[in-house]
Design a protein around this ligand. Structure first.
Ligand SMILES: Nc1nc2c(c(=O)[nH]1)N[C@H]1C(S)=C(S)[C@@H](COP(=O)(O)OP(=O)(O)OC[C@H]3O[C@@H](n4cnc5c(=O)[nH]c(N)nc54)[C@H](O)[C@@H]3O)O[C@H]1N2
Ligand SMILES: Nc1nc2c(c(=O)[nH]1)N[C@H]1C(S)=C(S)[C@@H](COP(=O)(O)OP(=O)(O)OC[C@H]3O[C@@H](n4cnc5c(=O)[nH]c(N)nc54)[C@H](O)[C@@H]3O)O[C@H]1N2
Ligand code: SF4
Ligand SMILES: [Mo]
Length: 805
């Protein structure tokens, strides 16, 4: 695109052009951006804010975002600097977008639900559903009903009680949590499940960093990262694998910039040359605003999907070969080194190069950087965790860190970057289908009942249980199970088999329009809003990706007088279902519902590392949870030492005529909430039904650039799944690999395609082929209108011819 047009586009947001609700019909393909953030990001932030909230509310809300006396960003889990080091605008474009979505003035009120039948809403796209604004009253879809109707809170809880009390077994209930829930809400939610008698507590983590939790618990004794923000600033080397921070954790770029300015080096490992890994135009500096930013990655490894296991094993082998090992650390704190040494001495380099698609010299250069660094931070996210061999891969990353003693010293460590703003906190609070014995015991001591011991369902097993009719009540504390899960067609069908669905939600989504016999939507307050109960103004607490726990207090007027805080909703629901609770127990639901301090007192008694919880969270900036490896190089594993693992290299290759597909996020969405149809940094605008394919693969597969195809995934049992009408665009991804957006492509991920040991759906390794549009012969596949199936019906994708730089 000519520069002057680009400038016009950049300035467009300042004119306050509101993002249209109308689903666009054209996709424009522009140049990929060379740097992330900059003036354009500021403009987009302000535009989205003004379009959803108006100017006054935008300024008033954004100035409290991530401030010590304000509310925590509901975007990602990246941490905030110390209160004394925070700037007046301590947020990024995506934080501003998340706030705008929540603090919007749009309303999905009872009038809206009266106008639109559920069957009609089911034909809307995810974008259209989300853009209707905040739900304002509890809504019920009665048995045989066509429309949601308003109900009182009392009536709603009465229905939940009636259905849950009628269950043949507590395990017929499943209680799902999305990672935005506060610690208080999460704590009472797991208490509710366990007092009711089930450990069926799946959460979004099961589809996200579960592989991390499993691998790190086994190797270092705790399933969390070991770094602080200062460690990233002070590192000599940061390796970022399988993560797109420019879009998904944008303020991480400020930390990387600090690192680079202090002399640190950055290595990016990714099949895609993601803009945010290459250059950062810091919008808080004049240079950044004018596009003179900071170059980030010193080394970029365009790895093939699933190649990280081989890469990190090769890096470990090279460190051992060169003697670049911290032998003192290895001897004192680890076990398994001798076996590992023998294992990597036999490294099959041909296999490594095939698995990674890299050249040996590229891997050697990174080994040089590692050998020359006395403190390295290892970051990773979904590109690593959503793989079949994710747990082994993370063990391999941990090996490399352990070889050089990079755990438990400043400027170094493991940094799995979490997704949802409080996903880590929810797990700390006990949202887990596996209830640890010590946690069960603390619950017993505190509340006087014996929690169930049996392992509950995670997300994938919940779907299997739904499939087998073993679930009758499905409650969601936030989230959008129908759209976030794999195998969309199957899930959409089985999710409707329940007697009662209950969703605690802020906004309308796919799950609400796939009801079972009855469905309740319970509208809750968001983080920006004042939560005032009978006992006064309540605050909430959250934990970020680096184990910092702090308060979050909303100050906006609630979106409606009927809204209640999540902890209140959960406590009142539990009270209605359980009354005084199980035999012999005493759970003060009514008190906790009105006074969240009371919940924090219980947290302090039950949750490890949280003693004097309520007191510690009141401090500005809160407190940091203990992390034995980080704090004192104590590893609470089976052997009492950090485990260096020897695992085989696995190869992820598609058969001839096929590609391996990853499903990923655009710059204009938060998971299943679609903010808009642009993926600015990747240069794609106006539509989402796009598959990015390397130009040589386009030729090799006999495809035509910019044509529409049916994408067909193949699974080992011979079953096939189809995503209809996706446009193939030429994109510099690794050879043999392709990329398309989540959740539109979830239809392609087989439910049984899960990571070993963590059961995380393999969203980044699906074998696909391309068929001419409509060749599947399905009646609902209409090539004329280019309507496709999946979760986003009605969203069309017409990509203009393009010229990617
Ligand atoms: N704006 C915004 N922010 C978000 C979210 C959002 O949807 N929007 N979601 C939040 C959540 S819940 C999460 S979990 C995080 C997700 O944050 P990310 O993990 O950054 O999310 P993805 O878009 O899934 O991107 C995965 C990245 O890994 C790369 N990748 C894929 N496969 C491989 C592989 O095999 N090897 C390597 N080395 N790289 C690979 C992809 O090219 C892509 O750059 O973001 C959080 N923050
Ligand atoms: N194919 C594929 N599938 C994936 C992924 C992928 O990369 N590829 N990523 C996976 C990952 S990492 C994750 S984390 C999951 C995400 O799975 P989920 O967490 O289930 O999905 P979200 O889209 O984050 O949930 C959005 C909904 O939450 C509700 N909501 C928003 N704010 C609030 C609030 O404050 N309170 C309450 N109660 N509700 C609120 C709104 O109604 C909104 O529609 O998806 C997973 N699925
Ligand atoms: S980096 Fe994440 S937490 Fe921070 S402002 Fe941006 S979206 Fe919010
Ligand atoms: Mo996530």
């Amino acid at each position: 695109m000519p520069e002057n047009t680009r400038l016009t586009r950049m300035l467009e947001p300042w004119r306050g052009a509101p993002e249209s609700d109308v689903v666009p019909t054209d996709v424009d393909v522009h140049h990929r951006r060379k740097g992330a953030a900059g003036l354009e990001a500021v403009a987009v932030s302000m535009n989205r804010g003004i379009a959803q909230m108006g100017p006054a509310r935008t300024l008033n809300t954004l100035r409290r975002l991530n401030q010590a006396d304000g509310f925590d960003c509901m975007g990602c889990a990246w941490p905030d600097p110390d209160p004394e080091h925070r700037s007046f605008a301590e947020f990024c474009e995506n934080g501003a977008k998340a706030v705008a979505e929540e603090a919007t003035k749009r309303r999905a009120d009872p009038g809206f639900f009266a106008r639109h039948a559920v069957s009609e809403l089911a034909t809307w796209s995810d974008f259209q559903l989300g853009q209707q604004g905040r739900i304002t009253e509890p809504m019920l879809l009665r048995e045989g009903g066509t429309h949601y109707e308003p109900v009182t809170w009392g009536e709603a809880f009465g229905i939940v009680a009636e259905e849950m009390q009628a269950l043949a077994s507590p395990d017929e209930a499943v209680l799902y949590t999305s990672g935005r829930a506060s610690n208080e809400a999460a704590f009472v939610f797991q208490l509710f499940a366990r007092a009711f008698g089930t450990n069926n507590l799946p959460d979004c983590s099961n589809m996200c960093h579960e592989s991390t939790s499993v691998a790190l618990a086994e190797t270092i004794g705790i399933g969390k990262g070991s770094v602080s923000l200062e460690d990233v600033h002070e590192a000599e080397l940061v390796i970022i694998a399988g993560q797109n921070p420019g879009t998904n954790h944008p303020r991480m770029l400020s930390a990387l910039e600090k690192c680079v300015k202090g002399g640190g080096k950055i290595v990016a490992v990714n099949p895609l040359p993601e803009t945010g890994l290459m250059k950062f135009d810091n919008p808080q500096t004049l240079k950044g605003l004018t596009g003179v930013g900071t170059d980030l990655a010193d080394e970029f490894l365009p790895i093939r999907l699933g190649g990280d296991l081989a890469l990190f094993q090769a890096l470990g082998a090279l460190l051992v070969e060169r003697g670049a090992v911290d032998q003192d650390f290895v001897d004192r704190y680890t076990t398994g080194f001798e076996t590992y040494k023998r294992h990597v001495q036999d490294l099959d380099w041909d296999l490594v190069l095939r698995a990674t698609g890299l050249e040996r010299s590229q891997i050697e250069r990174v080994a040089d950087l590692l050998a020359g660094s006395s403190k390295t931070v290892f970051c990773w996210a979904m590109g690593v965790t959503q793989q079949k061999h994710a747990v082994s891969t993370i063990k391999e990353i941990t090996n490399v860190a352990l070889l050089q003693g990079n755990i438990g010293k400043p400027g170094a460590g493991l940094c799995p970057v979490r997704g949802h703003s409080n996903v880590q906190g929810d797990r700390t609070m006990g949202i887990w289908e596996k209830l640890p014995a010590h946690f069960a015991e603390q619950l017993r001591l505190e509340f006087g009942f014996t929690p169930p011991k049996e392992r509950g369902h995670d997300v994938v097993n919940s779907i299997r249980a739904l499939q087998e009719n073993r679930v009758k009540v499905l409650i969601g504390l936030g989230g959008n199970l129908a759209a976030a899960t794999p195998d969309s067609e199957l899930v959409h069908e089985v999710i409707r088999s329940v007697s009662l669905g209950v969703q605690v939600s802020t906004k309308l989504n796919r799950t609400h329009v796939l009801p079972g016999r009855r469905m309740l939507i319970l509208p809750c307050l968001g983080r920006t809003e004042k939560d005032i109960t009978a006992e006064g103004w309540q605050g909430l607490t959250v934990e970020d990706s680096m184990s910092q726990v702090h308060l979050s207090v909303g100050r906006n007027q609630p979106a409606g007088p009927m809204l209640r805080g999540e902890p209140w909703i959960v406590c009142r629901m539990a009270e209605a279902v359980l009354g005084d609770g199980p035999e012999g127990s005493s759970i003060d639901w009514a008190v906790m519902a009105e006074d969240y301090t009371r919940i924090r007192h219980h947290i302090g008694h039950v949750v490890p590392g949280c003693d004097a919880y309520d007191e510690k969270v009141q401090r500005p900036g809160g407190f940091t949870l203990p992390h034995p490896p980080r704090d004192s190089r104590v590893f609470e594993t089976a052997s009492g030492k950090a485990e260096i693992s020897s695992v085989p290299i696995e190869l992820l290759e598609a058969p001839e005529g096929h590609l391996v597909l990853q499903t990923l996020r655009s710059h204009d969405q938060f998971n299943t909430t679609i903010y808009g149809h642009d993926d600015r940094y990747r240069g794609l605008a106006g539509g989402r039904n796009v598959v990015m394919v390397h130009p040589d693969d386009i030729t090799a597969l006999g495809l035509r650039e910019n044509e529409l195809y049916d994408v067909v995934s193949e699974w080992v049992d011979g079953s096939e799944r189809v995503a209809h009408g996706f446009r193939v665009v030429s994109y510099p991804t690794a050879r043999g690999c392709a990329a398309a957006y989540y959740p539109e492509c979830n239809v392609l991920v087989p439910l049984d395609h899960v990571a070993d040991a963590s059961n995380c759906p393999v969203s980044k390794g699906v074998v696909v082929r391309f068929e001419p549009l409509g060749s599947c012969g399905r009646i609902d596949c209409d090539p004329e209108s280019r309507v496709r199936s999946g979760s986003d019906q009605g969203n069309r994708s017409d990509v203009e011819p393009h010229h990617l730089s």
